[in-house]
Unconditional design. Structure first.
Ligand code: ADP
Length: 459
C-alpha cells in the first residue's frame, strides 16, 4: 500500500544558531533551511527558533513583527516572528545583549551566549504551551537543548516531545556533543561515511545504536541555474554548454581574466585546515602549469591564513594575471557565477562531514574533483575508478577523486580531469549534462529524516 496511507502531520521545531540566508556561516545554516523546507513540503509543520542577532540579513525576512516578551534568566526576552524562505521563524532577542555582538560566532563567551539561547528557546516553547513532536538541535551550539530538555522541560508538560540531535562537524565542541549524544532520543550526522569515520570518537562511540548518517541535500530553488539572477544565461541540462560558456565569459570579464577557452577550475571554501589548504595551493600551481585558469573564492577566520593567501594572491596576480584570481572574501552572488562558470569545482578536504559545494557544483553542471572522505566519498564517483560503486547506488560516475593527502594525490584526480577536458570535449559536455540530471536535492534525505522522526517518537 506504499504511498497511499497518509501520515498525520508532525510538528518539528529546530533550535539553531545559523539559518541561511539570514545568518549563515557554513553548511549548518544551509541544512536548517533546506531540510525544513523539504519537510514542510511534505505537509509537516516546521518552526525555527533563532537568535535575533543585530547582524541578521533582514532583507530576506518577510513580515517581521514583534509578538510578545517574557522574562527569563534575569532579563526580558523579546519574541519576533517572520517568514524566511517560506518558513516560520521565531526570533529571540534577550535584552542582556547576548545577540547584539555583530556576529554569530567569535565572542569569548559564545558557549554562555548559546547556552542561554537554548534555555530561553525551551522556555519560550514551555510558556507558549507549544508541544512539538520533535525538537531538532544542531552541533555544539544548540547541544544544550538536549540535556536541558531531558533534565527540566520534559517534566513540564512536554512529555510527548522527542529530541533529535545532528552533528554537522565533530571538530567543534566535542565535549558538548558527547553530552547531547547521551541525552538525545536519536542522533544523526550528515553522511554515511562520516558516521563511520567518527564512530570511534568517545563522544559518539557509546551511542551508535541511535546514531545514523543521513546525507544533506541542496535546495533546488536557491540553487537553480535556470532561475538565478547572478548568472547571464538561464540553463538546464539541455543547454548546459551554452549556459556555462556565457557564465564563464561573464566570470572572466568580471575578474579580469583572459577571455579564452581554458579549463577553468573553481574553489569555493572557508580557508581552514579542514579544507586541505596545502592541497588547494598545490592544485592552483598545477592548474596553471596545465595552462588552465583558477578562481578561488574563500575567506579565512584565522588572520595568519588569510595573510598567507593575500601574499599568494599578490604573487599570482602579478605572475599569472591572465589565469588566476583569488577573491579572499565571502561573496554569495559571486559564488553562483563561479559554480556556473567553472568547469571543475575542487574540494580537497582533509575531512568533510558532508560537503555542499560538490553538490552545488553538479547542480550547475560543474564536475567535482574531490578527496575521498566523508560525504565527498558518498556523493562523488570517479569516472575511471568507481563505476561499480556508482552502479550500486543506481548512479553513473560523476567526477574525479583521489586518496592520500599530498600533492601526488590531488594531481592524480586533477590531471585526469583537465586531460578529459582537453582530449574529448563531446564526452566532457555529456558528463556536465549527466551530473546536472542527478538528484542531490533534499527530496530523499527529507524522507530519511521523517523516518527517523517517527522512530524517535516510538523510542
Ligand atoms: P562548511 O560548512 O564546512 O563550510 P559546506 O561545503 O558544508 O562546508 O558548506 C559551505 C557553504 O558555504 C557552501 O554553500 C558554499 O557555497 C559556501 N561558501 C563557502 N565559502 C564561501 C565564500 N567565500 N563565499 C560565498 N560562499 C561560500
Amino acid at each position: 500500500f506504499g504511498g497511499i496511507v497518509k501520515e498525520p502531520p508532525m510538528h518539528i521545531v529546530h533550535i539553531a544558531v545559523e539559518m541561511a540566508p539570514i545568518a549563515k556561516v557554513g553548511g549548518l545554516g544551509d541544512v536548517v533551511t533546506g531540510l525544513s523546507r523539504a519537510v514542510q513540503d511534505l505537509n509537516h509543520n516546521v518552526n525555527i527558533i533563532l537568535p535575533k542577532y543585530d547582524c541578521l540579513n533582514l532583507s530576506h525576512v518577510k513580515d517581521l513583527h514583534y509578538q510578545k516578551s517574557y522574562s527569563w534568566g534575569g532579563t526580558e526576552i523579546k519574541v519576533w516572528f517572520g517568514k524566511v524562505e517560506g518558513l516560520s521563524v521565531y526570533f529571540l532577542e534577550p535584552q542582556n545583549g547576548f545577540v547584539w555582538t555583530g556576529c554569530v560566532y567569535g565572542c569569548k563567551n559564545d558557549a554562555e551566549r548559546f547556552g542561554f539561547f537554548c534555555h530561553a528557546a525551551l522556555e519560550f516553547l514551555h510558556q507558549g504551551g507549544l508541544q512539538p513532536d520533535i525538537i531538532h538541535c544542531h552541533d555544539w551550539s544548540s547541544a544544550p537543548v538536549a540535556w536541558l530538555f531531558k533534565d527540566h522541560y520534559m517534566h513540564y508538560g512536554l512529555s510527548k516531545t522527542r529530541v533529535v540531535f545532528t552533528i554537522h562537524n565533530l571538530e567543534f565542541g566535542a565535549h558538548f556533543i558527547g553530552k547531547a549524544m547521551a541525552y538525545a532520543d536519536k542522533a544523526t550526522t550528515v553522511s554515511h561515511t562520516y558516521s563511520k569515520e567518527v564512530a570511534g570518537n568517545p563522544a559518539v562511540a557509546p551511542h551508535l545504536h541511535k546514531f545514523h548518517g543521513i546525507l544533506n541535500g541542496i535546495d533546488l530553488d536557491i540553487w537553480d541555474p535556470y532561475n538565478d539572477k547572478f548568472i547571464p544565461v538561464p540553463y538546464t541540462s539541455e543547454n548546459v554548454v551554452e549556459g556555462k560558456r556565457a557564465a564563464k565569459e561573464a566570470l572572466q570579464q568580471r575578474l579580469g581574466l583572459k577571455k579564452s577557452d581554458h579549463p577553468l577550475v573553481g574553489i569555493i571554501t572557508r580557508l581552514t585546515h579542514q579544507k586541505g589548504i596545502h592541497l588547494i595551493k598545490h592544485a592552483i600551481w598545477n592548474t596553471l602549469k596545465r595552462n588552465g585558469q583558477v578562481v578561488l573564492l574563500g575567506s579565512a577566520p584565522d588572520p595568519r591564513i588569510q595573510n598567507d593567501f593575500v601574499n599568494l594572491a599578490n604573487q599570482l596576480h602579478s605572475s599569472h594575471s591572465d589565469q588566476a584570481r583569488l577573491c579572499l572574501t565571502y561573496d554569495e552572488p559571486l559564488s553562483h557565477l563561479i559554480y556556473a562558470g567553472a568547469y571543475f569545482i575542487l574540494v580537497p578536504s582533509i575531512f568533510e562531514p558532508c560537503g555542499l559545494t560538490q553538490l552545488t557544483a553538479m547542480r550547475y553542471g560543474s564536475i567535482p574533483v574531490v578527496r575521498k572522505t566523508g560525504g565527498l566519498y558518498d556523493t562523488v564517483f570517479d569516472v575511471d575508478d568507481d563505476k561499480a560503486r556508482a552502479e550500486a547506488q543506481g548512479l553513473e560516475p560523476n567526477g574525479f577523486n583521489f586518496d592520500g593527502a599530498d600533492g601526488a594525490g590531488v594531481d592524480y584526480a586533477l590531471n585526469r580531469a583537465i586531460s578529459a577536458w582537453y582530449d574529448g570535449r563531446d564526452w566532457f559536455n555529456s558528463l556536465c549534462k549527466r551530473v546536472m540530471e542527478q538528484d542531490w536535492s533534499w527530496n530523499r534525505p527529507a524522507l530519511d529524516y521523517m523516518e527517523l522522526y517517527h522512530a524517535a517518537k516510538k523510542y
